[in-house]
Design a protein around this ligand. Structure first.
Ligand SMILES: NC(=O)c1ccc[n+]([C@@H]2O[C@H](COP(=O)([O-])OP(=O)(O)OC[C@H]3O[C@@H](n4cnc5c(N)ncnc54)[C@H](OP(=O)(O)O)[C@@H]3O)[C@@H](O)[C@H]2O)c1
Length: 224
């Protein structure tokens, strides 16, 4: 990473064991960031072919997840410059069949937990130079019936993140709201091309960080 956080920036990645989280970790490390890998399971983090980096075990639905990240960053690096949230839980049934507790969990993982995280982490980020990246996946409109729970949670998260981005920009904090096309789909904007890969998406997310952007939408992503 060169701008605005600088090479050597310490970035915590929540959901580092997942497809997108792992790809973003590899890309940020390639650009010189120092990582804190956050997940619920050490074995899943180890299985994800991640760059060598300290780990923090935490659940994003726990309001104290951000506190654990801050403690881990202080212990291992003495600072925290950025947060990437790539935790994700897709709803699998149409609303009428979706159990109440699953709907609640979908909102906790995809909207409420990420906002707990941001609330905790924002105050400790450097000004200028702090970074928050929020990932969601673009859905067709209207979303498929079984995606209703996720689509609602992701739209809510994007609304809150957009408001935050505007509020903290003058403090020198970059908040980047990424709504990316699904892996395996062709890019949505011209030119059409081969399906997007996690690596290609991660490169474009890292470029957007360096360009100090606030939003990436599915049509902004280019082909590989
Ligand atoms: N896949 C795509 O096509 C795609 C494309 C564009 C954008 N995105 C976005 O990228 C993000 C990640 O998607 P993905 O495809 O990489 O998902 P994924 O492969 O299913 O990974 C999900 C990640 O979320 C973590 N997670 C789930 N529940 C959690 C919780 N309660 N606390 C902490 N971590 C939790 C998992 O960690 P554990 O090891 O703890 O389970 C895992 O690392 C999402 O925001 C998604 O919308 C995905």
């Amino acid at each position: 990473m060169t701008k605005p956080q600088g090479a050597g920036a310490v970035v915590a990645v929540v959901g580092a064991s997942g497809t997108m989280g792992a790809a973003v970790c590899r890309e940020l490390a390639r650009r010189g960031a120092r990582l804190l890998l956050v997940g619920r399971s050490l074995s899943r983090l180890r299985a994800a072919e991640l760059p060598e980096a300290p780990t923090v075990l935490a659940d994003v639905t726990d309001a104290a997840c951000g506190d654990r990240i801050i403690e881990g960053a202080a212990t291992h690096y003495g600072r925290l410059d950025g947060l990437v949230n790539a935790a994700y839980l897709m709803s699998a049934d149409p609303l009428r069949q979706l159990p109440d507790e699953v709907l609640e969990e979908v909102f906790l993982v995809n909207a409420i937990g990420p906002l707990f995280l941001v609330k905790r982490i924002l105050p400790v980020l450097p000004r200028p130079g702090g970074l928050i990246v929020s990932l969601t996946v673009g859905m067709p409109e209207p979303a498929a019936p079984e995606q209703a729970g996720y689509a609602a949670a992701a739209a809510g998260l994007r609304a809150a993140i957009g408001a935050l981005a505007a509020a903290v920009r003058d403090e020198g904090i970059q908040v980047l709201d990424v709504e990316a096309p699904p892996v395996g789909c062709p890019p949505m904007g011209p030119p059409m091309g081969p399906p997007m890969t996690p690596e290609n998406l991660a490169q474009q997310i890292a470029d957007a960080i360096e360009q100090d952007r606030q939003r990436l939408r599915p049509a902004d992503f280019r082909r590989a």
